[in-house]
Design a protein around this ligand. Sequence first.
Ligand SMILES: [Zn+2]
Length: 243
Amino acid sequence: MFNTPTSSFLDLILPPVCLNCHTPLSTPNSLCPPCWQGLTFISHPICQKTGAPLPFAIGPDALSAQAIAHPPIYDQARSVAHYEGTMRSLIHKLKYQDRHELTTLLATWLFHAGRPLIEKSDLIIPIPLHAHRLWQRRFNQSALLAKRLGQLTQHRVSYNTLKRRKKTRSQVGLTMKERKENLRNAFVVNHEHKQDLADTSVLLIDDVITTGETANAAAKTLKTARVSSIYILSLGQVGMNSI
Ligand SMILES: [Zn+2]
């Protein structure tokens, strides 16, 4: 599906390898069997709101205890897999080792996990990095994923509608109150795009959902621009039920 006319020629020069561990493979853009086994894809039953896995099926509108106790501002979130094992390794390679060739496989997974949300969305927006972090890393991994997903789905992707104006610290280890404070006013909508957002459905792309507070902060900001529905799609999800 993603092979270009030159891919077979390139395969002769650079034989395909596992994208995670470099074991030789017969097909490009894939993983070896042990690395596949290191993935824990999230499947039903899941929380209708947060996409967190549930221990047993209790109907299509089931909500996790987390979603009931602290209803999210966004409408729905879905994630590809648990943020552990191979998924954690691939995300780290994309973010910190500039392995941009992973984007094709990762975006394909986003497409399959998020298809119902994608179909309901008018516009794809990557969760932005603060300018200082973007300068340090030189690229936004969520923007790379959003771009590839946009190509796969023919959806419009906007990279400068949402801006991060506050350099937030990691949410890990913070209390819920500290997390909210950390992200207070973290995002702002670019004035030039505010009118375009009214009554639209937006799909936000992030690499990992940790506490869900980043997604909530971004959703809260988009609501000020009268966005009608906000969906979140991520590769990895940290156990939100346990937070
Ligand atoms: Zn492998």
